[in-house]
Design a binder for this molecule. Structure first.
Ligand code: PBG
Length: 324
């Protein structure tokens, strides 16, 4: 044998030398949940180690994340049931919980990038990402775009760095880019949830925000998990509409989609390692069936190998600690 691949694995120095991909704390985004009140830190039952914080404690958490070297957080407000309506109007309240959180974080931590979510589900009494037609139950596309655009404007005004449309309505990126340009928010980025699949992996997230759809499912807007070419179609549209970054979601069962989009576009690709993926790993580790530190780094590195430039993950803080 003159060719022996094991030569490149003979010791740790050699393995490090030839390593193709590595995890970097700069690429990680920590999603955060928060609610009204003071001094509250409620653990999310299906996401051990993840909490809903009141704003005072949310700021302490951001300080901790910054000290770990993290550069970006993604905000998900848990809206009080009494504020949820069928027109999701609380989403447009400049003094709403989400906007106060954006302002408070940017004021206290100007160096921390804030990403915020554009979709109606946390505010919609129907639990859908778009407006629901009372008579037919249909999720109305173009009417929803108007609300999403206003929502984008309110969040950009509050100081959000990156808007994350997670609703999967057609034409949302164009609608958001248009209003941002009109209002001269030229530096507000759009990280589009480009290939967002109708997935059972979102269950724990919907527990965290109490945001599950009241009727039906999200299959008329989120993608069929059997499809890959359709993700390319969505990616080309989002790119043409003015997105800055494209996201694939969920992550782990969709590494093929990440790799595919990486080939089809020059835009940065983000992967969302979603709540159900976090819950599965946590549960196995609690049972002692997996080694948590090893599995976190292996999982996140697999996203890099697939082609992700950015990873949204509930393990961001843990990974940052391990990388330090
Ligand atoms: C909703 C939204 C969801 C997630 C992020 N934004 C859930 C859904 O579409 O029902 C899921 C994130 C996760 O599971 O970690 N706009």
């Amino acid at each position: 044998m003159n060719i022996r691949p094991r030569r490149n694995r003979k010791n740790a120095f050699m393995r490090d030398l030839v390593q193709e991909n590595s995890l970097n704390v700069n690429d990680l985004i920590q999603p955060l949940f928060f609610l009204e009140g003071e001094n509250k830190k409620e653990e999310i039952a299906s996401m051990p180690g993840q909490y809903r914080f009141s704003l005072d404690l949310l700021l302490e958490e951001v300080a901790r994340l910054q000290n770990l070297g993290l550069k970006c957080v993604s905000l998900f407000p848990a809206i009080e049931e009494s504020l949820k309506t069928s027109d999701a109007r609380e989403a447009l309240n400049p003094e709403g919980l989400n906007q106060r959180a954006i302002r408070a974080i940017k004021k206290q931590f100007p160096g921390m990038l804030v990403m915020s979510d554009i979709a109606l589900d946390p505010y919609n009494s129907d639990g859908h990402d778009g407006l629901v037609d009372k008579n037919t139950g249909e999720i109305k596309n173009d009417e929803t775009l108007e609300v999403l655009a206003q929502m984008a404007s309110v969040q950009a005004e509050a100081g959000s760095d990156i808007l994350g449309p997670s609703d999967m309505m057609d034409g949302r990126v164009a609608a958001i880019r248009k209003i941002l340009d009109e209002k001269k928010f030229f530096n507000t980025s759009i990280m589009s949830y480009t290939a967002k699949y109708a997935s059972s992996f979102y269950g724990p997230f919907r527990d965290a925000l109490d945001s599950a759809p009241k009727a039906g499912d999200k299959k008329t807007y989120q993608m069929n998990y059997a499809n890959a070419q359709e993700a390319v179609r969505e990616a080309l549209l989002d790119e043409a509409e003015g997105a800055d970054i494209l996201m694939v979601k969920p992550g782990l069962s969709y590494l093929d989609i990440i790799a595919k989009l990486k080939e089809k576009t020059a835009l940065p690709i983000a992967a969302y390692n979603v709540s159900g993926e976090y819950a599965m790993i946590k549960a196995a580790c609690e049972k002692g069936w997996l080694n948590e530190e090893q599995i976190i780094i292996e999982t996140l590195t697999s996203f890099k190998r697939a082609g992700a430039d950015i990873i949204l993950t509930y393990f961001a803080a843990d990974a940052a600690k391990l990388l330090n």
